[in-house]
Ligand binder design. Structure first.
Ligand SMILES: CC(C)(COP(=O)(O)OP(=O)(O)OC[C@H]1O[C@@H](n2cnc3c(N)ncnc32)[C@H](O)[C@@H]1OP(=O)(O)O)[C@@H](O)C(=O)NCCC(=O)NCCS
Length: 164
């Protein structure tokens, strides 16, 4: 979409990010998760999409513990302003995030999300299936960032998700 700038989120974006998440999800739960992740130091990196100085998209990545090893990554929450959805902003946020994580050496990224949206970026249920986690199902997917031997382990989510 023309006129959209993508950048790393900064401290002063917080109110706009909370407002965006609340409107996109139609409830405050995800905005609350973002705040809890930040307060607990459980945020790896966040990007925003900006149009005419207004934040219209947001994506958050968090460190996801694998017992015994570390450095897996989780994606979410993510949201796009309802008036801007389905014009490519969400896809661009996912691509920018994954590229940044790949460049930084992240081995694998997990997501709990729409099963028709994330596979286009390489996410699959199969890539997540060897991991022990309380959030299995068709919405729980992963994408390997590089080739290598099979990966497995028990996933330890940040407390903000309330799943472990
Ligand atoms: C899901 C979301 C982040 C996608 O962002 P976007 O900018 O609309 O996405 P793009 O324009 O890049 O891609 C569009 C694709 O997203 C998917 N999508 C968009 N809205 C969706 C929805 N409500 N439910 C399921 N899939 C959706 C569709 O697969 C769509 O493809 P299609 O147009 O070919 O059907 C955005 O719609 C959103 O914020 N939704 C509400 C909040 C939410 O559900 N976030 C969690 C994501 S797990």
């Amino acid at each position: 979409m023309d006129g959209v700038k993508y950048r790393i989120a900064v401290q002063t974006d917080k109110p706009a990010i909370a407002d965006l998440n609340t409107r996109a999800f139609g409830q405050p739960d995800e905005a609350r998760i973002v705040t809890q992740l930040e307060e607990a130091g459980d945020v790896l990196i966040q990007f925003v999409a900006e149009m005419e100085d207004r934040i219209v998209g947001h994506i958050l990545f968090y460190p996801l513990g694998v017992r015994g090893k570390l450095s897996a990554v989780g994606l979410g929450p993510m949201s796009v302003d309802p008036s801007t959805q389905r014009s490519g902003v969400g896809s661009q946020l996912v691509r920018i995030g994954l590229k940044t994580l790949q460049d930084s050496g992240a081995p694998i990224v997990f997501v709990l999300g729409h099963e028709n949206f994330y596979p286009r970026f390489g996410f699959s249920v199969a890539a997540a299936s060897e991991f022990e986690t309380p959030v299995k199902g068709p919405h729980f997917m992963a994408v390997r960032m590089r080739h290598g031997p099979p990966m497995s382990g028990e996933l330890i989510f940040p407390a903000a998700f309330g799943v472990n």
